[in-house]
Ligand binder design. Structure first.
Ligand SMILES: O=C(O)c1cc(=O)[nH]c(=O)n1[C@@H]1O[C@H](COP(=O)(O)O)[C@@H](O)[C@H]1O
Length: 276
């Protein structure tokens, strides 16, 4: 899915919501445990209930990898169930020396090898250009590079100052030598408020993946106030607040209700930039 298609989906659905399928078997409703693959069943019902309200699904691979073979099966089958007109994110936070990164890229982008061909994968920038480039070698795929994350520990390294700029700013500036706003996005936590102003100085046109609304308490209004562009420029993710809205038999409808609330807030924000 290219940038124009993402913008088209935002306009059509009046939404820039990504739903995070951070599916934990200990948190899903008990009645699903009788299914052969409870995680897959949960994901399918969540997807069916929310697909018209979001433009993207983010699958955090940790929640699948921790379950070994069965987990990888759920990951692959969930990927295959995603509606084709949604932007798929493998939230795997990979990155290693070049030849190893090539294998990670193959794992998430090369359907003939892994049965999965996500639109994008999250990548850690710490190891630099040769660790990121193998992901960029895949045509029409995106790298979503960690820039300023939502967690407490983001202060440990990302905000260290060197030559008048913080590390996350160096990441954003330097990485633009390797990629464009057509194949790279940046992760910026929703809990970062006014920092979006700094980010936009360095990346005025890039899409940002913004996790941290909902369970982590980030403000959608602030994210939009400081981070939105004329094309929207944002994909805002919420995982737990939507998928675990209820752990009863009504879990899918409850997820839909939560997603609808976020989508309605997003529609109002989009109206401010003339998308209505
Ligand atoms: O890359 C991410 O997606 C990510 C970056 C970040 O800075 N903060 C962050 O929470 N995430 C992910 O976004 C999701 C947030 O989940 P909730 O807090 O449940 O909405 C999880 O999958 C996190 O791993």
């Amino acid at each position: 899915m290219n940038k124009a298609a993402i913008i088209k989906a935002i306009k059509e659905k009046k939404s820039f919501l990504s739903i995070g399928l951070d599916t934990d078997i200990t948190k899903i409703p008990k009645h699903l445990l009788s299914y052969d693959n409870p995680v897959l069943e949960f994901n399918k019902q969540i997807i069916d209930a929310t697909a018209d309200l979001c433009i993207s699904y983010k699958i955090n691979t940790a929640f699948y990898e921790c379950n070994g073979l069965k987990g990888w099966e759920s990951l692959i089958k969930t990927y295959q169930y995603l509606p084709k007109n949604t932007f798929s994110i493998a939230d795997a936070k990979r990155g290693d020396i070049g030849n190893t990164s090539s294998m990670y890229a193959k794992a998430f982008f090369d359907e003939s090898a892994s049965e999965m061909s996500f639109d994008s994968v999250t990548v850690a920038p710490y190891m630099g250009k040769d660790s990121v480039s193998p992901f960029l070698a895949f045509k029409d795929k995106w790298v979503i590079l960690l820039a300023l994350t939502s967690n407490e520990g983001s202060h440990d390294f990302q905000r260290l100052k060197d030559h008048d700029a913080m590390l996350f700013e160096h990441v954003i500036k330097k990485s633009q030598e390797w990629a464009t706003d057509e194949n790279m996005m940046y992760v910026v936590g929703a809990t970062r408020g006014e920092a979006f102003l700094e980010i936009r100085k360095h990346a005025p046109h890039h899409f940002l993946l913004v996790p941290g609304v909902g369970a982590q308490g980030g403000s959608l209004a602030d994210v939009c106030k400081y981070g939105m562009t004329t094309d929207c420029g944002l994909i805002v993710n919420s995982s737990r607040a939507i998928i675990y809205a209820s752990n009863g038999e009504d879990f899918a409808e409850a997820a839909r209700e939560q997603a609808l609330l976020v989508q309605q807030e997003m529609a109002a924000e989009l109206q401010k930039i003339g998308i209505s």
